[in-house]
Design a protein around this ligand. Structure first.
Ligand SMILES: *Cc1c(COP(=O)(O)O)cnc(C)c1O
Length: 396
């Protein structure tokens, strides 16, 4: 995949041109190959394809031209040798975790995880004999101490959902590699525009393409990026035989989403920084977390590994759940939702939604207070968003 003619261009150019498989009709826009299967001119050709001697397509559970275009564009953007798309972000996470492991293996993960990711590590894997240890992802000593001879995979997300902690990917990759383990990074919050975990030492990157990559609230999707060897050795057969495949239609939506990913994420980040600045000294807020600010607790790590802040902001409203709910209910532009990365600004109360499954003391330990709000900045004008938020905060 790295031999692509578009690989030499800047990311913005690759987002528009990489991976195109133009049909005999020479269409400008990427074609949507909404087909389950393919026909063969001869039985001999069919046989050759099944033997892997002819490189064409066989069945859309394994591969499809539209899905391939999306995978190739993602791989070039991320600087990965290979990519495999999945139906959802959770299918990507579950496959990346489960496919290479077997009973008796051990996983170490940061406890600061998206709720479903935490379920996979904490509840699902142990049911199949894969033990897991959760550590405070910010504490490198905890990572070191958790490593065992049978540790095969380390897993983290950074910035974390929803508290926007920034974990040192390079340092954790080094700890993992010293123990003979691989590092899998969920890069959803950073987006491929602002952070490249493979270049920092990670072995596998996963995305929920549902978020910024679609960015317009339409389809679910996921993608796993890694070396060719990891795909061949661990992913290919697992995906082919278990079938968490993405619909070609959804892959097409995501492919077109990639064309505007750069401009959207840049604009949303610029607006998020302005909103964070406007909220920083607001009397109704006890805590503001924004990875682009010098007062972020891991500002040095942000500077080391991210090209810019984030489209997301976290803040704690004084007065707990009642005050947070009043603010959410008073917002007119930003809508209450559990999604993020959308063109529309979206607000979430993690304690009662994405992280309600966790015990109150676990939430407290993670810094998810009853007044905590996650704000996903959309494409509206920043002044309108600031006005909307400051008016709503009056009700807190
Ligand atoms: C949303 C999300 C996921 C899951 O993605 P889906 O597409 O909803 O399955 C995984 N990780 C993070 C960090 C997310 O925000």
């Amino acid at each position: 995949m790295s031999k692509s003619p578009t690989a030499k261009y800047h990311p913005e150019t690759r987002l528009v041109h990489s991976g195109i498989l133009r049909s005999q009709f020479a269409e400008t826009s990427e074609a949507l190959f909404l087909t389950q299967g393919y026909v063969y001119d001869t039985a001999e050709l069919c046989e050759a394809r099944f033997k892997g001697e002819d490189p064409g397509f066989i069945y859309s559970r394994y591969s499809n031209p539209t899905v391939s275009m999306f995978e190739q564009r993602m791989a070039e953007l991320e600087g990965a040798e290979a990519a495999r798309a999945t139906a959802t972000g959770m299918a990507a996470v579950t496959t990346a975790m489960l496919a290479p492991l077997k009973a008796g293996d051990h996983v170490v993960a940061s406890k600061q995880l998206f709720g479903s990711c935490r379920y996979v590590v904490e509840d699902l894997l142990p049911r199949y004999g894969i033990q897991s240890t959760l550590v405070d992802g910010l504490d490198l000593d905890q990572w070191r101490k958790a490593m065992r001879p049978n540790t095969k995979t380390c897993f983290l997300e950074s910035p974390t959902n929803p508290t926007l902690d920034v974990l040192d990917i390079g340092a954790i990759a080094e700890i993992a590699h010293q123990a003979g383990a691989r590092l899998v990074v969920d890069n959803v919050f950073a987006t491929p525009i602002w952070q490249s975990p493979l270049a920092l030492g990670a072995d596998v990157v996963v995305y929920s393409a549902t978020k910024h990559i679609d960015g317009q609230g339409r389809t679910l999707g996921g993608v796993i990026l890694s070396s060719n060897a990891f795909v061949q050795e661990h992913l290919q057969t697992f995906l082919r035989q278990t079938g968490p495949s993405i619909s070609p239609f959804n892959a097409w939506v995501l492919l077109k989403g990639l064309e505007t990913l750069g401009v959207r994420v840049r604009q949303q980040t610029e607006s998020a920084a302005a909103i964070a600045e406007a909220l920083a000294s607001h009397p109704k807020i006890s805590r503001l977390i924004y990875p682009g600010r010098s007062d972020h607790p891991q500002a040095a790590t942000v500077k080391k590994q991210m090209r810019a802040g984030s489209t997301l902001i976290g803040f704690e409203v004084k007065g707990g759940k009642a005050a947070a709910f009043r603010v959410l209910n008073a917002l007119k532009l930003a809508r209450i939702s559990n999604n993020l990365g959308d063109a529309k600004s979206l607000v979430t109360h993690p304690a009662t939604t994405t992280h309600q499954r966790l015990a109150p003391e676990v939430r407290a330990e993670l810094g998810i207070g009853e007044g905590f709000i996650r704000y996903s900045t959309g494409l509206e004008h920043k002044d309108d968003l600031i006005e909307d938020l400051t008016a709503a905060l009056e009700t807190a």
